[in-house]
Design a binder for this molecule. Structure first.
Ligand code: PLP
Length: 399
C-alpha cells in the first residue's frame, strides 16, 4: 500500500481520520463522547486528559484536515471565529500591527474592531488585491497579514504568492482565510502562505449541520501556542461536530468541483440578464482578476455575487421570491443559499464603508448547492425576469 502522503486528494478525503485498525473492525472512527480520560498514576503521560484540551475524535478531524492541506499541524476550533480569535491572540499584542484585507467576512471585521482595536492593536485594512499596497503599508510592527481570498462577499482575490514574497522579506506572517475554496481548490502552502484558516462550517461539513473552524500551519512552536490558547480560552471543537465534519469531508472534492461547475454555468447565464448590473465570479473571463484566479485556483468555487440594477428593492424582491433556493447566512452546503450581505453577514458595517468596498444594497451572494443547474436557473429566472420587467426608466423597481 502507498503511504498516506502520496495518496491523491480524493483518497485522502475519504480515508483521512479513519486510520485502520479501528476498534471492533469499524469502518468509521467512533465518537469519543467523553469529558475526561483515566490516568493510572500521578504524572501519567496520556495523550488526552480533558476534552477542553483535546479529544480523540477532534484529533482524527485534525489529522484529516492536516493531510488535505499538506501541513504538519491542523488545529480544530469550536467555530471559524474562534480559530481567528486564537490566531490573533497568539500573534498580536498591544502596540503590534495587523494588516487585513479590506473585504473580509463581517464577523472578522467585528472581531477586529470590537475586540482587537480596543486592546491597543493597530489595524490597517488595505486592498490586498494589490501587492504594492501591502509593500507600502507593511512595517516593523506588522506581526500578521490576514487575507481572505476569494473575499466574502465580493469575490475579490489576492495574489497569495506576491503577498507571501512581501511578508517573507519583511519577516512577518501571512495567513489566508481559505474558507471559500478549501485545500481542494487552493493550496495556500504551495502559494507561500504560513497559515490557512477555515470555517469548517462551510464546505468541509457541507451539509448545514455543524459549526467549526480550523487553522493549518507548519510551525511547531506556533502550533503549540495555539493549542495552549485553545485550552486556556475554551475554544475547542466538540466530538460530535468533529465526527459529522469527518463524514462531510469524504465527499468534499466531489461536492466542491460540482458546485464550481454549476456556479460557472449560472454566472455565465446571469451575466447576460438585463436585471443584473454586474456578476462577480473568479471563474468568469469578465472577472477583473480572471488570469490570477486561473493561475492560483483550481476552479472558480461555488460562490457567486451579483449586483442588481434595481438596488435594494430588487434584492428584497429576489430573496423573498426564490422558492428552491433558501434565504440564509451559511454557504458551502448541498442546498443552495442566497444571502443579502448588506443586511445579513455584513450588517455591522457602516453602509458608507460597505458601499466603498462593494457591499452595496443591491449585492446578492449566492452559494451554489448540488441541485441541478436547470432547476436553479428556473428558480432565479422566475424572479429576475419579473424584476427586469418591473424596472422603471430610472432603474428603480416599480413592483
Ligand atoms: N471566514 C469566512 C470567509 C466566513 O464566511 C465565515 C463565516 O461565515 C467565517 C470565517 C467564520 O466562521 P464561523 O461562522 O464558523 O465562525
Amino acid at each position: 500500500m502507498q503511504s498516506a502522503s502520496v495518496h491523491r486528494f480524493e483518497t485522502r478525503a475519504v480515508h483521512g481520520g479513519h486510520t485502520k485498525p479501528i476498534a471492533e473492525g469499524a469502518m468509521v472512527s467512533p465518537i469519543f463522547q467523553s469529558t475526561t480520560y483515566a490516568q493510572n498514576s500521578i504524572g501519567d503521560s496520556i495523550q488526552h486528559t480533558y476534552s477542553r484540551a483535546s479529544n480523540p475524535t477532534v484529533a482524527r478531524l485534525e489529522e484529516a484536515i492536516a493531510s488535505l492541506d499538506q501541513r504538519q499541524h491542523a488545529i480544530c476550533f469550536a467555530t471559524g471565529m474562534s480559530a481567528s480569535t486564537a490566531l490573533f491572540f497568539a500573534l498580536l499584542q498591544s502596540g503590534d500591527e495587523l494588516i487585513c484585507s479590506d473585504v473580509v467576512y463581517g464577523g472578522t471585521t467585528r472581531l477586529i474592531e470590537e475586540v482587537l482595536q480596543p486592546l491597543g492593536i493597530e489595524v490597517r485594512f488595505i486592498d490586498t488585491s494589490d501587492a504594492t499596497a501591502l509593500r507600502r503599508s507593511i512595517s516593523k510592527r506588522t506581526k500578521l497579514v490576514f487575507v481572505e481570498s476569494p473575499a466574502n462577499p465580493t469575490l475579490k482575490i489576492a495574489d497569495i504568492g506576491a503577498l507571501a514574497e512581501v511578508t517573507k522579506r519583511a519577516g512577518t506572517l501571512l495567513a489566508v482565510d481559505n474558507t471559500f475554496l478549501t485545500p481542494c481548490l487552493q493550496n495556500c502552502r504551495e502559494l507561500g502562505a504560513d497559515i490557512a484558516l477555515y470555517s469548517t462550517t462551510k464546505y468541509f461539513d457541507g451539509h448545514n449541520v455543524t459549526v467549526g473552524g480550523a487553522l493549518t500551519l507548519d510551525d511547531a512552536q506556533l502550533a503549540k501556542k495555539l493549542r495552549r490558547l485553545l485550552k486556556t480560552m475554551g475554544l475547542n471543537q466538540k466530538p460530535f461536530e468533529a465526527w459529522l465534519t469527518l463524514q462531510g469531508i469524504q465527499t468534499l472534492p466531489l461536492r466542491i468541483h460540482q458546485q464550481s461547475r454549476t456556479a460557472l454555468e449560472l454566472a455565465s447565464w446571469l451575466e447576460g440578464l438585463p436585471a443584473i448590473a454586474h456578476v462577480f465570479y473568479p471563474g468568469l473571463p469578465s472577472h477583473f482578476q480572471f488570469s490570477l484566479a486561473s493561475k492560483q485556483q483550481e476552479a472558480g468555487g461555488g460562490i457567486i455575487a451579483f449586483e442588481l440594477k434595481s438596488g435594494f428593492a430588487g434584492a428584497r424582491s429576489l430573496v423573498s421570491s426564490v422558492q428552491l433556493i433558501t434565504l440564509a447566512e451559511n454557504l458551502g452546503a448541498t442546498q443552495s443559499i442566497v444571502t443579502h450581505p448588506a443586511s445579513m453577514t455584513h450588517a455591522d458595517l457602516n453602509p458608507h464603508d460597505g458601499a466603498r468596498i462593494g457591499i452595496t444594497p443591491g449585492l446578492i451572494r449566492l452559494s451554489v448547492g448540488l441541485e441541478s443547474f436547470d432547476d436553479l436557473k428556473a428558480d432565479l429566472a422566475f424572479c429576475l425576469l419579473n424584476l427586469s420587467d418591473s424596472i422603471s426608466a430610472t432603474g428603480e423597481v416599480t413592483l
